[in-house]
Design a protein around this ligand. Structure first.
Ligand code: PHE
Length: 519
């Protein structure tokens, strides 16, 4: 009997995959990228990147997970034993790096969500939102060496977020992750839609829309940095290179159309980002008009958009105490978008452990919950933001790009892509002309991207990132800390991954370690 858990339907899978893709990054990172990179002109490289990297690598990850019915280490090991370590490195750097700080950022959002209720009583984050965020809330220290103490409010919220993630993952695939996303995703969509419609009626919103949509600054497209941003944003936002999509696709039932699912995931994710852009830029336009400041001068840095500019905008809205509702909805959206992404990372790691060691899901998830929460404490200290910033920079700019390159090279050159493609075509429910188009797409465009175009682009980005980091230390930090913390996080997660890969694979036991009721 095949003990592997599975989704109850394709929609369930799709919602979970979109839940992973749609996260904090869609709401503030996307809008910030558009803001910084010339408004709508940025959308051009952004969608080109979707076609040349996003969708091809999504098809690749879905494809190998679905084909080999396993998480990243199992799928890669099936291709060639020598690649198992890569699978473990991927799931280790996301589990012991990314998700740990990602949950702390969700914890900030949860705090701001609760704080929004105080606006009903005219208190909250006060008038100087910049000072509130960095000084009162984060209690940010003057330098990375000055760690200070743990911020109790953030640590508590972090514990709460981990408890929710633990509960959802503990319940398993169909009853936990699928069910949660079936609630979260429609809810997120309608709440965001409410924000978009509301922002439409704000005075000055048109100034924001002009910037976002109508008056592109095409000269920016000549700047290579804009293209790098578009490509890295695609990687991050689609959750590819994280091993997540491999694990999620391994729970698919037979006769599933992988390519269709990849296109749907990409379009839904990008569509959602595009939609939130209207809410964010509507509000920025309002601020620009009410303060008489040009829109390009409103936001200073990335985190500032969600935690400084938005609260500031909420303060100045004309609805008095009811301004609170906008804050509540906005930060609630961030919390649910974040949780649905965090659980996907935990699942990528736990499914890998279940595949190899067949421990019980509930034990694995509980241990990860403890490690995740305790590990997150460092990011709740007064120097937490510095650690977060450096680790995020190194893991997303290097680890993700390296795994992307290796995945393309392994599948494109070491595995006969023909084998994978024939499997996908055989399993696809498409018939007649649709099947022909599918085969044309996979043998033509997709193979070309995976073998040549996508790795070439990724290698270019990798080289340029190294060049820029070497010529100027990232974020103005002391290079010693960049090496110890940034490069250190790459090395440590690699060692963890490599060590796990050295253990022996256990034989499949009789009992049901997936802890799910199987039908
Ligand atoms: N795709 C998520 C986002 O845009 C990011 C993410 C997902 C990061 C899963 C890590 C893991 O926010």
């Amino acid at each position: 009997m095949n003990k592997r858990a599975h989704w109850t339907s394709n929609i369930g899978f799709l919602l979970a995959a979109v839940g992973s893709a749609v996260g904090l990054g869609n709401i503030w990172r996307f809008s910030y990228m558009v803001y910084k990179n010339g408004g709508s002109a940025f959308l051009i490289p952004y969608f080109i990147a979707l076609l040349t990297i996003g969708i091809p690598i999504l098809v690749l990850e879905y494809g190998i997970g679905y084909w080999r019915k396993g998480s990243a280490p199992k799928a890669l090991r099936d291709i060639d034993e020598r690649w198992e370590w890569l699978g473990w490195w991927i799931v280790s750097f996301v589990m012991f790096g990314i998700v740990i700080y990602y949950c702390v950022v969700i914890a900030w959002c949860l705090n701001y969500f609760l704080l929004s209720f105080k606006l009903f009583w005219n208190s909250g984050w006060g008038n100087n939102t910049n000072e509130y965020f960095f000084k009162n809330f984060l209690n940010l220290s003057s330098s990375i060496t000055n760690i200070g103490s743990i911020n109790f409010k953030i640590a508590l919220a972090n514990l709460f977020i981990w408890l929710i993630c633990w509960f959802i993952c503990y319940k398993g695939i169909a009853k936990g992750i699928e069910k949660a996303n079936k609630i979260f995703m429609p809810l997120l969509f309608f709440l965001t839609l409410a924000l978009v419609i509301w922002s439409f009626f704000l005075k000055g919103s048109k100034i924001g829309y002009d910037y976002y949509f109508l008056k592109p600054d095409f000269s920016k497209l000549r700047d290579i940095k804009v293209w790098i941003d578009a490509y890295t944003q695609n990687f991050f936002t689609l959750s590819v290179g994280f091993g997540i999509m491999i694990a999620y696709a391994s729970y698919l039932p037979p006769k599933t159309s992988i390519v269709k699912n990849a296109f749907l995931t990409g379009l839904l994710n990008h569509g959602y980002s595009f939609m939130t852009g209207f809410a964010v830029f509507g509000v920025l336009g309002y601020m620009s008009q009410s303060q008489g400041v040009p829109i390009s001068k409103i936001v200073k840095e990335g985190v500032g958009l969600a935690f400084v500019a938005f609260p500031q905008a909420i303060n100045t809205l004309p609805f008095g105490r009811l301004n609170a509702i906008v804050g509540i909805i906005f930060f609630f959206c961030l919390v649910i978008a974040g949780i649905s992404s965090a659980i996907s990372i935990i699942e990528a790691f736990s499914s890998a452990i279940l595949d190899k060691f067949h421990f019980h899901r509930r034990h694995v998830v509980t241990i990860l919950f403890i490690i995740g929460f305790l590990g997150g404490l460092i990011f709740t200290t007064s120097a937490g933001l510095y650690f977060l910033d450096i680790i995020d920079h190194f893991l997303t700019n290097y680890a993700l790009v390296i795994t992307g390159i290796l995945e393309c090279v392994i599948v494109g050159w070491f595995l006969s892509t023909k084998l994978l493609i024939s499997y996908l075509i055989k399993e696809s429910p498409a018939t007649g002309i649709k099947k022909k188009i599918l085969s044309f797409f996979l043998f033509g465009f997709w193979s070309y991207c995976i073998r040549f175009l996508s790795p070439a682009i990724l290698i270019t980005i990798f080289v340029l990132s190294i060049k820029s980091d070497v010529s100027k230390p990232y974020g103005g930090y002391d290079p010693v800390y960049l090496l110890v913390i940034g490069v250190g996080s790459l090395v440590v997660t690699h060692i963890i991954g490599y060590t796990i890969s050295c253990f022996r694979w256990k034989d499949e036991p009789e009992e049901n370690y997936w802890d799910e009721e199987l039908s």
